[in-house]
Design a binder for this molecule. Sequence first.
Ligand SMILES: [Zn+2]
Length: 60
Amino acid sequence: MKKLQKDEMMQVHGGAGWFWRCGKCKYKSAWHALKSTAQANADAHTSIYGSSHKTAVYYG
Ligand SMILES: [Zn+2]
């Protein structure tokens, strides 16, 4: 399940990329080409929903 993101054009091909996951709502993000993009989105999630929504960034 992949949402269109503005960095979609930079999507890494071959089935690997950066994504983030929220430990609270178990949300798993779409892949991002850049770790910084995934991290920024993860930080935004935490700031919107609160500090109980701890996120972690993964590469996979
Ligand atoms: Zn969350």
